[in-house]
Ligand binder design. Structure first.
Ligand code: AP5
Ligand code: ZN
Length: 213
């Protein structure tokens, strides 16, 4: 399967991705995780991306399309993939269509994580992540077994720099202005499944399973 996950910050894309990945043996390509890795490694790309990310704005289409194009070449992505956080603009969606056309494949489903903005601040402010794997935890909704420590590796968890109330506001603004139109783009192709992303974590997982079965 070839899947796209679209939703505002904190809607649960990164939380559901590992579950879908394990159940369907897909590769998980998270644009934000790849960008954060580039920023912390201070690669030329990371240096260019950092300013926009810190402000909660989108990184330029060219940079992101380049990363995704490169990542999709991995042999493990040939059978199928989960795109988490890409495409986020209509221009990115058009570029993706061109890439897939060259490979002779198509997107099967777009999962639209629909949720009210008001719920997202609590989700974001309680989030702790394991940067190397991209795993997310939440102090209230999905606590790690030991506070501040990743369940799998035992490594420390951190909070994201862009997870402040002020930056969240600008991320939400970018989502509504630039990313919402991407959902319409795929609706016209008849491949969008809308999820009730405000429900508890396991309910959302059940909905995802139903859509993909
Ligand atoms: P990115 O990393 O993609 O951030 P985002 O879209 O803002 O999404 P989040 O990671 O914040 O949310 P999520 O949906 O993954 O939530 P999660 O599952 O962790 O992008 C970061 C930045 O990179 C962008 O701002 C931009 O600058 C740049 N960028 C990335 N892609 C780009 C692109 N294509 N083009 C240009 N720029 C790009 O859940 C959140 C919390 O809630 C967690 O703590 C979790 O445990 C908890 N939780 C999850 N589900 C539930 C539930 N059902 N109930 C209760 N709690 C839950
Ligand atoms: Zn995420």
């Amino acid at each position: 399967k070839r899947l796209i996950l679209i939703g505002p910050p904190g809607s649960g894309k990164g939380t559901q991705s590992p579950i879908i990945k394990d159940e369907h043996c897909l590769c998980h390509l998270a644009a934000g995780d790849m960008l954060r890795a580039a920023v912390s490694a201070k690669t030329p790309l990371g240096i260019k991306a950092k300013e926009a990310m810190d402000k909660g704005e989108l990184v330029s289409d060219d940079l992101v399309v380049g990363i995704i194009d490169e990542a999709m070449k991995k042999p493990s992505c040939k059978k199928g993939f989960i795109l988490d956080g890409f495409p986020r603009t209509v221009a990115q969606a058009q570029k993706l269509d061109e890439m897939l056309e060259r490979q002779g494949v198509k997107i099967d489903k777009v999962l639209d994580f629909a949720i009210d903005d008001a719920v997202l601040e609590e989700r974001i402010s309680g989030r702790w992540i394991h940067p190397a794997s991209g795993r997310s935890y939440h102090t209230k909704f999905a606590p790690p077994r030991v506070p501040g420590v990743d369940d799998v590796t035992g490594e420390p968890l951190i909070q994201r720099k862009d997870d402040s109330a002020a930056v969240l506001k600008s991320r939400l603004e970018s989502f509504h202005r630039q990313t919402q139109p991407v959902i319409n783009y795929y609706s016209k192709k008849g491949i969008v499944a809308t999820l009730h992303a405000e429900k508890p974590l396991t309910d959302v997982t059940d909905e995802v399973r139903k859509v993909l079965s």
